[in-house]
Design a protein around this ligand. Sequence first.
Ligand code: ADP
Ligand code: MG
Length: 682
Amino acid sequence: MTDSPKQKTLKTSTQVKYLKGVGDRRAAMLARLGIFTVGDLIYFFPRAYDDRSKTVTIAEAVDGETNVIRATVCMPVTEHKIRKGMTIYKTKVTDGFMLMNLTFFNNKYVKDMLKEGEEYVFAGKVQIRSYTAEMTSPTFEKAESGERIRPVYRQTEGLNSKALEKLMLTALDCAELPDALPVSLREAYCLMPLEKALRNMHEPENEDMLLEAKRRLIFEELLMLQIGLMRLKSKNSKTTACVIPGDFTADFFSLLPFELTNAQKRAVSDCVENMKLTSPMNRLLQGDVGSGKTAVAAALVYNAAKNGWQSALMAPTEVLAQQHYKTFLKFFENTDIKVELLTGSTPASEKKAIKNRLLTGEADFAVGTHALIQKDVEFKKLGLVITDEQHRFGVNQRTALNEKGEQPHTLVMSATPIPRTLALIIYSDLDLSVLDEMPKGRQKIETYAVDSGKRERAYGYVKKHLVEGRQGYIVCPLIEESEEQELISAHELYKNLSDGFFRGFSVGLLHGRMKADEKRAVMNEFAAGNIQLLVSTTVIEVGIDVPNAVIMVIENAERFGLSQLHQLRGRIGRGEHKSTCVLISDAQNEDAVHRLKVMCSTSDGFKIADEDLKQRGPGDFFGSRQHGLPDLKIADMMTDTDILRETRTAAQKMLKENPALEGEDYRGLRAKINEMFSKAMN
Ligand code: ADP
Ligand code: MG
């Protein structure tokens, strides 16, 4: 690493094409990797590192894995034209004991670069076939300089890892990289300066330095995330005029056909207490599928209405809004609470009347979809805003509904189980109530994984239940590549089943491309028991509640993620009858087999979420796509929990001492936090 001061001429916000060695053509390639600015480039971290200080001999190489081998080229590289557009290059190398074959595809530079008699360090996947070792397309470099930890980047056509490495070093030399962390903080937590950390990410001096570099960058990212969230929370804790002082929930409980669980009672009372205050409630209600979040919402709506306040509930889909509407009508049938339904498919004339009733205060409660956040929807006195299955809404959409009132109380309901400590941090802008107890009398859903050879038997089992008066679901294979294909396969499955195995039964079809009123008609028929068997794509995933449906068959179950399977399965086991879920899959793949095993062994949403995180990684889980949170570039909230805790304390301390983060020391941090959050929140 050089210490000689270089002329820093570029900013991290500069377009990457202005970097020496890039230009328009390469800029286009970089764009494919999501790199547009010099900063994007510098923060494009290696996906792995080859530790070339840890070489093995050819004899020690592990079949099928990436090995690093120090060896001498023992013949000139030969060229073989296989077919048009495909040339392979071959040579042999030796470590003094054994020979190893090297093969490269379409890489004519290899011919000039690998010289007979010279020693190199090769890193790549080794295949061992009857005592011959072979390495295909390894990366390599001269042995003298090779004993370092080398970065491995995700490549794109035209730009390999090595080319990226070269660009990184240029970028690090040319870009101004002001350190956002105040020196005092860096000293207190032993964090290396930013530039040194970035350099060590791309060109590690040794393993320790690499670890320190990572720690420093993770620390910064998690610190910014938490400061940002904490400030959001303090911004949200303004005062509100929506004080809801009375507690009438006991009256409501007495109207219910069941006794609330203790967890439900606790959640209701958390909220009621919260809404008595002059600071608006901002709360997450987290509960596994079937834990009874809707009843909690109903109690709060009831209470708000009895205190003279209106409420609104927003659901992510028409089907769900429709279903909620019906549920609430039932909850409120012996009360004077007036419920309205407002969705995209509400006829215009009706819409007008509904909006009018909301505006005059004649209606107490609006259930709906995004239609609720349209400009012309106004309330007389909106005191409580509830969003269901919040991971489907961005933060901005939540906010839009809030703006219909003056700082109304908000409740966000989510079935995504997140370990409690983690939830507290991630949602540090929200208070948390957890429904960690299922309603009494719920039976475990028996779950079996079978191969397609047992499909007929599974269907036979479904039939038996239908004959007994129960209902069931058959979930079509998920086809991620093409929605069109998925649609075709859903139609085919439906046709085959209704004309074939289930002839004589009433079979329905539900898929995402159906119009809202078609979906609703099918759901109504299913809920009424007129459809016995519903063939469906994953549109049933969220929130559908038909207690008489007790059997579900999921086709090609390996294509679904764990959380998705859990959500799907949550559609059954909702009533008094024992429920069964059959997962059909021929997958041999280890991950898939494991997923199915997890599903068969537990129905605990928290356990399943943990497994899901382990398999998929948190990127998917906590990505801004789902939670409206900023994307994290380097930190991993599941595994970096120590740093997460450390930064939480640091953030609290900083905000306590300097709530507005004033002063020159904090300028960099302020700017970076704003940048991080402006991207995620708009
Ligand atoms: P989710 O949390 O998945 O939204 P729901 O609110 O849809 O769950 O509730 C699932 C089912 O359980 C509904 O049929 C609801 O009426 C019923 N339920 C809710 N709370 C209780 C309870 N305390 N005892 C019995 N059944 C309940
Ligand atoms: Mg629900």
